[in-house]
Design a binder for this molecule. Structure first.
Ligand code: COI
Length: 358
């Protein structure tokens, strides 16, 4: 490894206050964080510091004009203490795709991988091993110009922090298919993992939650007819004939878990179809008894079954207990990530301490 990372470690770890048997998603953070700055056209100032607050100017351009992108990924530890990363290179690729759309600089692979592996190695004791748990890792980049006016920032910060997590959802979901509000539209930024997309989804999600639903299932902005994704995850629909998932377009996030599910199920001989999936089609499958299962997928959401969808005030129950493909996928992913099952896809990378200097 060749990146020169200035390392400032905590004097005393906070890990004794962490209870791995009672993990609440996104509330506890590991001891350290990685950061670097883009200044004068160069990434520089690579650092590991104690996790904590960072000083920001009130004029910080990310706060006003929204140049802010992020990723979600996970590290795992098996019973022998081997630490693995899942498809880390694909997170970097997506980060850089988001960066291009948001007029932000690309992050070189060396910086991403070395920052990531150094942080994960230093904080490896925080990786939980209880079933379904993992170390959730949040790489993110934001604009740091102190400037009032709309233009791409010239300065940026890239950071990574991590938190031990259990699954984001602890129960099957009730979703409302949205027929009024729009998360993203054709030609917009829906396929970028940018902060604003999450802000856009909050008000309609709040309304849905007030009516007893867990999530909004977004439809296309033009016709409100084709399924897109939920506010946190992609969606899959299983019928007696095939596994369907909305085809990718510029208003929908190209989930890495989505892609992994498609590849895993195809390797088992299942017919996985990426296409426009209409609400009418979904309701017909339900009426004809052809709808077998629905689930959402994401790094945080993992694979979570949908127990009910609502459209224009009508509820439709979905099987979420019997012969679940979603459960089988989860179990296979867990085994692949902890090296219990061969990784025929080349998704898993072992983090070797010898690669890291600090
Ligand atoms: C992820 O799955 O990593 C996400 O970024 C979704 C977020 C709601 C936690």
């Amino acid at each position: 490894m060749s990146l020169k990372i200035t390392t400032n470690l905590v004097e005393e770890s906070r890990i004794s206050s962490f209870d791995p048997d009672n993990i609440v998603f996104g509330r506890v953070f590991t001891d350290h964080m990685f950061s670097c700055d883009y200044v004068n056209g160069q990434w520089q100032n690579f650092r590991i510091d104690p996790f904590g607050k960072i000083p920001l100017s009130p004029t910080l351009s990310a706060l006003h004009y929204g140049q802010s992108i992020f990723e979600g990924m996970k590290a795992f530890k098996n019973e022998e203490g081997v630490v693995t990363l899942f498809r880390a290179n694909d997170n970097l690729k997506r980060l850089n795709t988001s960066a291009e759309r948001m007029c932000m600089p690309a992050l070189p692979e060396e910086i991403f991988m070395e920052g990531l592996k150094t942080l994960v190695t230093i904080d490896k004791d925080w990786i939980p091993t209880t079933p379904g748990s993992a170390l959730y890792i949040r790489p993110f980049m934001f604009a740091t110009d102190d400037f009032l006016g709309v233009k791409p920032s010239e300065n940026y910060k890239f950071m990574i922090y991590a938190c031990p997590v259990a699954a984001y959802y602890s129960h099957p979901l009730k979703v409302r298919i949205e027929d009024h509000y729009t998360r993203a539209s054709k030609g917009g930024v829906g396929s970028a993992k940018c902060a604003g997309n999450y802000a856009a989804s909050m008000y309609p999600t709040k309304l849905a939650q007030k009516d007893g639903f867990d999530q909004v299932l977004w439809t296309d902005g033009e016709h409100h007819q084709y399924l897109e994704e939920t506010g946190t995850s992609n969606v899959f629909v299983i019928t007696k004939d095939a596994v369907y998932t909305p085809e990718l377009n510029d208003s929908l996030l190209a989930g890495i878990t989505r892609d992994s599910i498609i590849k895993l199920l195809r390797s088992k001989g299942l017919n996985v179809v990426e296409k426009k999936v209409s609400v009418d089609e979904l309701i017909n499958w339900h009426k004809n008894g052809e709808l077998k299962e629905m689930f959402v997928s994401g790094t945080a959401a993992t694979v979570t079954n949908i127990e009910l969808f609502n459209y224009k005030g009508q509820n439709f129950n979905v099987n979420h207990t019997e012969n679940l493909i979603g459960k089988e996928i989860l179990s296979d992913f867990q085994k692949i990530r902890t090296l219990e099952m061969p990784d025929q896809f080349g998704w898993v990378e072992i983090v070797s301490e010898s690669e890291v200097t600090y």
